[in-house]
Design a protein around this ligand. Structure first.
Ligand code: UD1
Length: 379
């Protein structure tokens, strides 16, 4: 059996790894998965709920790393991950996405000459101020096998000198998870009923917008965050806004004294939600305001208009073919785009190629062949 170590660390990794682990179990005979959780995200509502809701097996190894500066967090993952590779005699390490755990584990494996597999490779915002962009570029440079979600990614990788035979366009594993669960998602009305102020939206039969925001570039600088919150307050005069608040954003709002602005507006807040709750809200929202990477893709898959509070995106297909509009942190542009969506219904969009719920199955089948080739005994 080939020993494959699969790594998860932070919330956006969980919905990507779930279908991969399942497909390897169902579709392959020769691959044995060991799941490592680095512990980058550790709160129950940032981790545990996702494992339960997505049916991810309990991690075989929990590194318990926790929060810290980028250097501390990355270094801590690396130190704790290295002995795991020795102990489990890994034949390959599979990482997903672009969080600190992704690059940390990829780097450890590659220095030990263990092949690295990167799922969601080749996405580029071309904005090096974004920590995830550094993680993406570096992980792709040291990966041996790169699975991509959209065709643009292949061209990005080839520009950076990645050999085309290492790249496979397989589609989007996060959309596999969405397609599998969307029908069982928690009804938006049930989630709203559990949020202070949410029941009123349900009883009035009102439309609502969903807001998520956690990028350091939006929330760490006081002026930027204040501007965004003031804009959102104005937007909430058009329709109620539901705002599950990421811990980073919560801390900054408290630090900058922005709580009052929110509490006096037509905005209901809650802590981070589980996957099924967020999916239910997203599906029923009139529009979504976000700076998340994954939500840009999920709204495209759901056909819900998305207004992205960033200057750029590493997922251009969501703009070219999907429902996404990039507006940055410019207040006038945000409100103008929102008004257009409310007046005309927003971009219709279509399903990008291979976002069909089968990406993980394609990966599992391809991986089995790849292992055979890489580890074939020499004649
Ligand atoms: C990380 C990812 C980002 C992803 C996001 C999703 C990197 C570089 N960034 O950013 O790409 O979009 O996760 O959530 O890897 N905290 C808790 N509980 C937790 C985890 C974090 O309270 O379970 C708090 C800590 O105070 C921490 C802060 O949130 O300092 C930020 O967490 P961290 O993992 O450093 O980065 P994210 O901003 O979550």
């Amino acid at each position: 059996m080939y020993q494959l170590i699969c790594v998860v660390g932070a919330r956006p990794n969980f919905m990507k790894i779930a279908p991969i682990v399942e497909a390897i179990k169902n579709e392959t005979k020769s691959i044995c998965v060991k799941l490592v959780h680095t512990g980058q995200h550790y709160d129950a509502n940032m981790k545990h709920q996702f494992f339960v809701q997505l049916g991810i097996p309990e991690p075989d190894i929990d590194l318990g790393v926790g929060s810290g500066s980028h250097a501390v967090q990355t270094a801590e993952v690396m130190q704790r991950f290295e002995p795991v590779l020795d102990e489990h005699q890994a034949d390959a390490v599979l990482v997903v996405g672009d969080v600190n755990s992704t690059i940390a584990c990829a780097l450890v494996a590659s220095k030990k000459h263990i092949p690295v597999i990167h799922v969601e490779a080749g996405l580029r915002s071309y904005d090096r101020a974004m920590p995830e962009e550094i993680n993406r570029v570096l992980t792709d440079q040291i990966a041996d096998l790169l699975y991509t979600t959209e065709r643009n990614a292949q061209a990005n990788l080839m520009r950076e000198g990645v050999a085309p035979e290492r790249i496979r366009f397989v589609g989007n594993v996060m959309i596999d998870t969405l397609k599998k669960h969307v029908r069982q998602a928690t009804p938006a009305a049930d989630t709203l009923a559990n949020i202070a102020g949410g029941a009123a939206i349900v009883s009035a039969g009102q439309k609502f917008a969903l807001l998520t925001m956690h990028r350091p570039s939006n929330v760490d600088d006081e002026q930027t965050l204040r501007g965004l919150i003031e804009t959102v307050v104005q937007a909430s005069e058009r329709l109620p806004i539901v705002f599950p608040v990421h811990p980073r954003t919560q801390a900054r709002m408290e630090q900058f004294g922005l709580q009052k602005l929110i509490s006096e507006a037509n905005i209901v807040t809650t802590g981070p939600l589980g996957y099924m709750e967020l999916l239910g809200l997203m599906s029923k929202a009139t529009l979504v305001l976000t700076d998340s990477g994954g939500i840009q893709e999920e709204t495209t898959a759901l056909g819900v208009p998305c207004i992205t509070l960033r200057e750029n995106t590493e997922r251009p297909i969501t703009v070219e073919q999907g429902t996404n509009t990039i507006v940055g942190a410019n207040s006038a542009l945000i409100l103008q785009t929102l008004d257009e969506v409310l007046a005309k219904g927003g971009k219709q969009g279509r399903q990008p190629e291979l976002w069909d719920g089968q990406a993980a199955v394609r990966i599992a089948k391809d991986l089995e062949q790849w292992f055979e080739k890489v580890y074939m005994p020499s004649p």
